[in-house]
Design a binder for this molecule. Structure first.
Ligand code: UDX
Length: 438
């Protein structure tokens, strides 16, 4: 058992705190937002993530997990302190580190004995060194500390599984003492033979960006291929399948769609462009990823206009608003972007999402929110599927067709088979798909 503190009860912080507690550690999770901490004490989760409520409940009941607004209390109780505060992208694309700086200073002011300060949320290369300088400047004389980087690779929707069974754990440190302490915190994962990559702080920081931008590039590549398929009369689903069977390529992250979204991939791509620029390197692939992602959203919008006709005065049905299934996160969601553009062109939009409607209301107040997929279709001149929630995979298509004013479906996730839908009388549009000649 170790005493740990996690500063920041956002996505990364809360999931990490709950999982560390579940490993048997005593964890205090700190956030400056009193409302959030109050809520967590009453088991009110600030966002939706499968399994999180149960994990938090179990570990609070067994007194391994507690919540506080006091960094002081956390620092005095814990030997390792994880910083997991948000690092939003500023207007220029740079990560905003003011939260990290403020927390580093506060930790330093309260330190009385040795502490290991671990940066967990994604930060540009060089942030570990910055944290070390800040703590050095503000801590009492004679108090020693280490700074480490331990990037998270959690995917929204399967974050707990990712934490408990990660592909790897990255441990970036400058001293043996820090390396040993952080490795020991992850010791429960040795039992399932999780690979541990032990390296310097700078390398650890870069690994996170390299991995995420690579994933974004992989999706962007297949999205470009999808557009090429449409131009040449080929089928991207088959191209992707055959590509993915090559073990050097792999089938994951090779699904064409409306473009990447969420809180990580777009932000990390922008940040990598910025800090590579600052280092004097004009990197081409991350820039191309950004361009392709913008183009993909426009491509989807044009596709809808082609399928439905001029949008002014038309009603369009939308299924799925979150950037991917199993989350209520609408940040950078292509669904939100395209819906906004449809509204701006004078369309009326009726929408349903199993989890993200509350979050979407703030960004899209003019949308009419419906109870289910079928209500969405009532009187609509076309149905757009943006997010591949499981419940959209087996819709009663005959019912959908009878409810729609015109049987038009734009399936941005290629859930359905074009030939089948066309045989049912739908005007069906996928992404990068050409019907097989009969
Ligand atoms: C991502 C990374 O996967 C994770 O490792 C990192 O630490 C945080 O960012 P997340 O933001 O939850 O996780 O989303 P992810 O599941 O990776 O999907 C990213 C985006 O790519 C989504 O918009 C998704 O719909 C899209 N995507 C993914 C595709 O369009 N096609 C694919 O084949 C895969």
């Amino acid at each position: 058992m170790r005493r740990l503190a996690v500063i920041g009860a956002g996505y990364v912080g809360l999931v990490s705190a709950a999982c560390f507690a579940d490993f048997g550690n005593e964890v205090v999770c700190v956030d400056s937002d009193e409302g959030k901490i109050e809520g967590l004490r009453r088991l009110k989760m600030p966002f939706y993530e499968p399994g999180l409520l149960d994990l938090v409940r179990r570990n609070t009941v067994e007194s391994r997990l507690s919540f506080s607004t006091s960094v002081d209390e956390a620092v005095s109780r814990a030997e390792a302190i994880f910083i997991a505060v948000g690092t939003p992208a500023s207007k220029t694309g740079e990560a905003d580190l003011s939260g990290v700086r403020a927390v580093a200073k506060e930790i330093a002011l309260h330190m009385r004995t040795y502490k290991l300060i671990v940066q967990k949320s994604t930060v540009p290369v060089g942030t570990g060194a910055m944290v070390r300088r800040i703590v050095q400047r503000h801590c009492r004389r004679g108090v020693s500390f280490d700074v480490a980087s331990n990037p998270e690779f959690l995917r929204e929707g399967s974050a707990i599984e990712n934490f408990m069974r990660p592909d790897r754990v990255v441990i970036g440190t400058w001293t043996k003492k820090a390396e040993n302490l952080l490795s020991e915190i992850y010791a429960p994962l040795y039992l399932i033979e999780t690979p541990m990559v032990k390296t310097t702080v700078e390398t650890a920081e870069l690994i996170k960006y390299a991995a995420n931008v690579f994933l974004a590039a992989k999706v962007s590549f297949i999205n470009e291929m999808a557009r090429l398929c449409e131009a040449l009369g080929a089928d991207v689903q088959v191209v992707a399948k055959a590509m993915g069977l090559d073990r050097r390529i792999g089938s994951k992250f090779l699904h064409a769609g409306p473009g990447i979204g969420g809180s990580c991939l777009p932000k990390d791509t922008a940040a990598l462009v910025r800090f590579a620029d600052a280092a004097g390197l004009k990197l081409l692939i991350p820039r191309a990823v950004q361009d392709i992602n913008r183009a993909q959203r426009e491509f989807v919008l044009k596709k809808i206009e082609k399928a439905v006709g001029a949008l002014k005065g038309k009603t369009v049905g939308v299924l799925g608003l979150s950037f991917k299934p199993e989350t209520d996160d609408v940040r950078e969601s292509p669904a939100v972007y395209v819906t906004k553009a449809m509204l701006a062109r004078g369309a009326k939009v009726r929408a349903f999402d199993p989890a993200a409607m509350q979050a979407a209301r703030v960004l899209l107040p003019r949308v009419e929110y419906c109870k289910n997929a079928y209500e969405v279709c009532e009187g609509a001149s076309g149905l757009v599927i943006f997010t591949e929630w499981n419940e959209f995979r087996r819709l009663d298509l005959a019912r959908i067709k009878s409810l729609l004013r015109r049987p038009v479906m734009i399936d941005c996730r290629n859930i359905y088979e074009p030939d089948e839908l066309r045989a049912m009388g739908f005007k069906y549009y996928g992404i990068g798909r050409t019907p097989r000649a009969v």
